[in-house]
Ligand binder design. Structure first.
Ligand code: NAD
Ligand code: WQD
Length: 345
């Protein structure tokens, strides 16, 4: 039986484009809405080259309810939504809080508002391990307390989770799966899609691969005096293709009414904490390329250590991160080389 159509907001972005590939591979029809504020249409070419199918694309802003309404009227077979569209730079959110609250919350509220009218049965929401702040213990389960957000960005994720809960508690006729990502890294093994950071990267992997490429002089490691075995921070680096696959399972679960609760929350991580210095070593081991780096002071606001307990997703979704960190690092490097070869960077 033909599978239904899924609306992917932010589908030309980093995680969205990888998820569209997996949706198409699983037989779903996809339509992307993206305002291209942090991505470009090259992702559509990449998706087409990988899957042999070009997803439908609507260039529009999700905060504009009229554009969204027109999209639902045109595509009257949409049964599920995956909502990636959001602004995601933590530092920028501190400088421009209104932009973040407006973009991230209005996007979500518009979608929730329109879902019943157009018979959409479920929405997958991109949340983040940022909701746990500095956890009391690792690995973190979904039952860990939500800590006060340290940035407007983080706060939009907490408020979004509450909005979804309130709307569904009010009797809205749809389900939701909230996915809390740990640190998504790497790229599709084809190197036809990947992460496109704007300007100087704030996140570790794009800075690392740009340094390995010689675009940046050296990588600053923010602190070696944390209470961790080597003194650098610990994170759970989750391969982006593994992450994307979890969305397909979540969609299927909502549409086939498999879950009992109308809202389900899952951590998406590997369950393994890796330090920043261990990650640099893994990259060097996997690629044979040295990454010039130096230890500098701590970055304000960084969490010391956080990694996932992914057992809930493993057991209930039947999903598990399977890609090794070496393969993930090779994919990140191949993507950086692709950006060089195509003259993008
Ligand atoms: P991304 O910036 O690559 O993708 C987001 C996409 O949404 C971009 O293509 C952007 O152009 C689009 N967009 C933004 N606002 C829009 C709007 N109003 N209307 C239409 N399109 C809009 O980011 P990503 O890394 O792929 O993240 C996807 C989601 O996952 C985001 O919600 C993000 O907060 C969340 N998340 C990301 C990470 C991470 O480290 N990358 C971790 C946890 C959660
Ligand atoms: C990882 C580690 C840095 C850059 C952010 C958001 C979080 C989530 C994922 C969306 C830290 C260190 C980094 C560098 C370094 N996003 N680092 N030198 O901060 O864990 O999480 O992305 O929801 O909300 O906060 O990711 O990649 O910035 O940092 O030493 O140049 O690498 O100190 O320990 P982070 P990151």
């Amino acid at each position: 039986m033909a599978k239904p159509r899924i609306l992917v907001t932010g589908g030309t972005g980093y995680i969205g484009s990888h998820t569209v590939v997996e949706l198409i591979n699983a037989g779903y029809k996809a339509v992307i809405i993206d305002n291209l504020s942090n991505s470009n249409k090259d992702a559509l070419d990449g998706i087409e080259k990988i899957t042999g199918l070009r997803p439908d694309f609507v260039e529009a802003d999700c905060t504009d309810i009229n554009s969204l309404t027109a999209l639902f009227e045109k595509y009257d077979d949409i049964k599920g939504i995956i909502n990636f569209a959001a602004s995601k730079a933590v530092g920028e959110s501190i400088e421009k809080p209104i932009l973040y609250y407006r973009n991230n919350l209005n996007t979500l509220m518009n979608l929730l508002d329109l879902m019943p009218r157009f018979g959409v049965k479920g929405i997958v929401f991109s949340s983040s391990c940022t909701v746990y702040g500095e956890p009391d213990q690792n690995p973190v389960t979904e039952a860990a307390p939500i800590k006060k957000a340290t940035s407007p960005y983080g706060n939009t994720k907490q408020i979004s989770e509450e909005i979804i809960t309130d709307v569904i508690s009010s009797g809205a006729p749809f389900k939701s799966v909230i996915l809390r990502y740990f640190n998504p890294v790497g790229a599709h093994p084809s190197a036809l899609i990947g992460e496109l950071p704007n300007g100087v990267p704030q996140n570790l992997i794009p800075y690392l691969t740009q340094t390995a490429m010689g675009i940046r002089k050296e990588l600053s490691v923010f602190g070696n005096d944390y209470d961790t075995p080597d003194g650098s921070c610990i994170r759970d680096f989750i391969n982006v293709v593994d992450l994307a696959k979890a969305h397909v399972i979540a969609v299927e679960r909502m549409l086939e009414d498999k879950g009992e609760a109308p809202i389900e929350i899952f951590n998406l991580g590997t369950g393994v904490g890796l330090s920043v210095l261990e990650l640099i070593a893994a990259f060097e081991r996997a690629t044979g390329v040295k990454v010039p780096h130096k230890i500098v002071g701590r970055r304000h606001g960084d969490i010391e250590k956080v990694w996932a307990d992914p057992r809930h997703a493993n057991e209930v979704l039947g999903w598990k991160a399977t890609t090794s960190i070496e393969d993930t690092m090779r994919s990140a490097w191949k993507w950086q080389q692709h950006l060089r070869e195509t003259g993008i960077m």
